[in-house]
Write a protein that binds this ligand. Structure first.
Ligand code: ADP
Ligand code: MG
Length: 333
């Protein structure tokens, strides 16, 4: 089942904890351009939507508007069918009960791990608080860490506690704003898998903002692509990879090059281009001006006449090239 779709007209979202955002526009004070412009999306209950987009495209603003830290200029936010924010209604952030985990976790430094986890359980029966915290510490493999303070935790441990703290009160919606971006790539991958496992078990409706394509693909039931405050595409990971709406959408997931204007297709991925003899029939020829050795592969940057940006070609690392050599370029298929 597809987790996210654009809502159809007159469609009533009555499922508990499904999120509907319609034409959400947010202006920051003193800013002429909207940070969000007519953003529309649905996140089905218990599903995970990944959001990707360049820095400044409005990802954090969207999350801030969802949890009530920004007021929409126009548009509507509904959770489980109830309006949280519109031009006439505004539910206070603390009443929305939405969980948010940021890049830095923001644990309360003066509270120990148990107190951090129990912070959102103030309205729970005292007898239920301990088992809930114990259950979550077990899920994040930090059993026994109750008495530690944030300064006694590693970066990865802090982020796991921040996730558990956000999940503790069973929020109707969880927002993850690049929660693992400060961690090294091995740790990021393992925390991504752990997080998904917990979210699926807890059946938490989640929006996961990330700038790592693999995180978005691996975790999301669907992915929304943001550009300049708008959602330019929203689809399943496989469809998005196969049919990106534009080079901008494709470039968030892979190295792509815009080809000279007379070519079709107008852009190609780095692994779809072949380096051939200069005289060979291809879509162009040029001069190698940069070689980026990446271990498993290497990226060859070829400058061709009348094309502002170089064409980027991915080749295996065994092949040897020299800066300044003339080469031909061919679409692989
Ligand atoms: P992202 O999370 O995708 O990097 P943001 O949502 O943080 O993007 O920012 C979107 C746009 O809004 C950017 O142009 C940014 O400069 C602007 N912006 C973000 N926060 C504020 C603010 N508090 N006041 C004014 N402009 C802001
Ligand atoms: Mg951001």
């Amino acid at each position: 089942m597809v987790g996210v779709s654009f809502p159809k007209p007159n469609e009533m979202m009555t499922s508990p904890n499904s999120l509907t955002v319609e034409n959400l526009t947010v202006f920051y004070p003193k800013s002429k351009e909207p940070a969000l412009q007519k953003v529309t999306l649905n996140v089905e209950a218990s599903s995970i939507l990944s959001i990707v987009g360049a820095s400044g495209s409005g990802k954090s603003t969207l999350l801030r508007a969802l949890c009530g830290l920004e007021s929409p200029t126009s548009g509507t936010i509904k959770l489980g069918g109830k309006i949280l924010g519109s031009s006439t209604k505004f539910v206070r952030p603390d009443r929305r009960k939405i969980g948010l985990v940021s890049q830095s976790g923001d644990l309360f430094p003066h509270l120990n791990v148990f107190q951090n986890l129990a912070y959102g359980l103030i309205n729970w029966r005292r007898a239920d608080r301990k088992p809930r915290c114990k259950e979550l510490l077990e899920a994040i493999s930090l059993t026994g860490f109750e008495k530690r303070f944030p300064h006694e935790l590693s970066g990865g441990e802090k982020q796991r506690i921040a996730l558990a703290r956000a999940l503790a009160p069973r929020p109707p919606l969880l927002l993850l704003d690049e929660p693992f971006s400060n961690l090294d790539s091995k740790l990021r991958q393992s925390l991504r898998r752990l997080t998904e496992e917990i979210l699926r078990k807890e059946k938490t409706t989640t929006i996961f903002v990330t700038h790592h394509p693999e995180d978005a693909f691996a975790t999301g039931d669907s992915i929304a692509v943001m550009d300049s405050g708008t959602i330019i595409q929203c689809d399943t990971p496989r469809n998005l990879w196969k049919n990106p709406v534009s080079p901008v959408a494709a470039s968030l997931f892979d190295q792509v090059s815009q080809l000279p204007s007379s070519n079709f297709p107008s852009w190609l991925r780095a692994n779809e281009i072949e380096l051939v003899e200069e005289s060979h029939e291809g879509f162009g020829s040029g001069i190698i001006h940069e070689i980026e050795f990446l271990g498993k592969t290497q990226m060859i940057y070829v400058k061709i006449p009348n094309n502002l940006a170089p064409i980027i070609v991915e080749v295996t690392s065994e092949r040897e090239f020299r800066i300044g050599s003339k080469v031909g370029l061919k679409h692989k298929n």
